[in-house]
Design a protein around this ligand. Structure first.
Ligand code: KG4
Ligand code: ZN
Length: 390
């Protein structure tokens, strides 16, 4: 089965074409084409992502990404696509709210023909609703052209499957032991999810305020670093470790570390950082030290709550997904700590290229949804759901 996948939930515009050989979860997934445009440089100017700016950029970038993915996959012909009057009308009406997108798609189709796709998988949530809608509308228009069904995918399921996808060796999903715990840490979410089997998700803990990635980004902003701050905090923290810098000030708090649940809270930690900075102009060393102190506080809380979840449910497997799983210190800390305290628990982390948002993970989740018989119904009923939950 050939899957075309689309991701536009935040600030990455991504389209992939994946060939799934076999059935979920034992299929082999060949990446035929993969195009991704990060809007980070555009959002840097504003210090964060404004949904309407993201939406406009997705609308501008989707057709170039489509062309790149199909070209890589060698599934693009230089013939005009033949569309009848009704198809033309449907495409235009699905894209009527997405500025310029209907015209750029129709222009592209005047000279190009796309072929041989069996399923379209598109992120329907969670995420920024205006941004999600662009991807959904585009998926509907492509379904008219490619004459195939569309399956709406949960972005967080994508992050889970990305962690299990072995893109280096055999292009399959790991065959994991259940129950499994998934720790999802991204810009918008921080959750612990219990999986008793494939595609069975039960949220057992979440943040009560800021998500981990959001906390990284806000703390970076307090230190005067540019958006998104997560990677920069990680870089500076590791410099502080190499240089053996002392604590920036007092030890930072570990919010909710001792509570008897699997929930998190990070806004108090961010406030503690704000007080520690106290509007002072910081030296580079001080910024590095504070970045490290913050990273350590976050990691300790994540570790504590995740091992509690593993113990509570006697989990055999730990999966870590979401953009913050790109953080080297968090990755290493989980690997070494878990090996020490839970040597029987197998840990899965995404390949670093698949940690942050991408459309490969959306294709994997689309295949999983199909296996569960959840192909989307009528195109007109497909909707974005910014708060979609696992
Ligand atoms: O999953 P993702 O790409 O988008 C969402 O679904 O939200 O996650 C983005 C988040 C941002 O907050 C970003 O700062 C954070 O992941 N992030 C990192 C690192 N790379 C990305 N946080 C800490 N260390 C990193 N290396
Ligand atoms: Zn994400």
């Amino acid at each position: 089965m050939r899957i075309l996948s689309i991701e536009t939930s935040c600030d990455e515009t991504a389209i992939s074409i994946i060939e799934a050989i076999g059935d979920f979860p034992t299929a082999t997934y060949q990446i035929l084409g993969n195009a991704l445009f990060s809007q980070i440089e555009i959002h840097k100017e504003f210090g964060g992502v404004f949904p309407m700016v993201a939406k406009r950029e997705h609308a501008k970038t989707l057709v170039p990404m489509l062309e790149q993915a199909f070209t890589e996959a060698e599934l693009l012909e230089n013939n005009p696509t033949e569309l009848d009057h009704n198809e033309n009308k449907e495409i235009t009406s699905f894209l009527e709210r997405e500025e310029g997108l209907a015209q750029s798609l129709l222009d592209f189709l005047h000279t190009h023909e796309l072929s041989e796709i069996d399923l379209i998988a598109v992120t329907s949530g969670p995420g920024l609703e205006p941004a999600l809608w662009v991807g959904i509308s585009f998926a509907k228009a492509l379904a008219v052209i490619l004459k195939c069904p569309v399956v709406p995918v949960n972005h967080m399921e994508g992050h889970i499957l990305a962690a299990l996808y072995n893109v280096v060796e055999d292009n399959t999903l790991a065959s994991i032991a259940f129950p499994a715990i998934a720790l999802l840490i991204s810009g918008g979410h921080t959750e612990l999810v219990l999986m008793k089997g494939w595609a069975q998700y039960e949220k057992i803990g979440e943040t009560r305020d800021d998500a981990v990635g959001e906390a990284f980004d806000k703390v970076a902003r307090l230190m005067g670093l540019s958006y998104p701050g997560g990677p920069e905090i990680g870089r500076r923290a590791s410099e502080a470790r190499t240089a053996g810098l002392p604590l920036y000030k007092d030890k930072l708090p570990r919010p909710m570390i001792g509570t008897d649940d699997c929930d998190f809270s990070f806004s108090g930690l961010k406030t503690a950082v704000r007080y520690a900075i106290d509007n002072r102009k910081m030296t580079e060393d001080e910024k590095n030290a504070l970045a490290r102190d913050f990273e350590e506080a976050v990691t300790e809380v994540l570790l504590k709550k995740t091992t509690k979840a593993i113990d509570n449910f006697d989990a055999q497997t730990l999966i870590i997904g979401g953009g913050v799983s790109a953080n080297i210190f968090i990755r290493r800390s989980f690997e070494t700590e878990l090996l020490r305290t839970h040597p029987d628990v197998e840990i899965y982390l995404p390949h670093r290229n698949l940690s942050t948002d991408n459309s490969i993970m959306i294709a994997l989740a689309g295949h999983a949804e199909m296996a569960n018989g959840r192909t989307g119904g009528a195109l007109t009923l497909l909707k974005a759901d910014g708060n979609r939950s696992l």
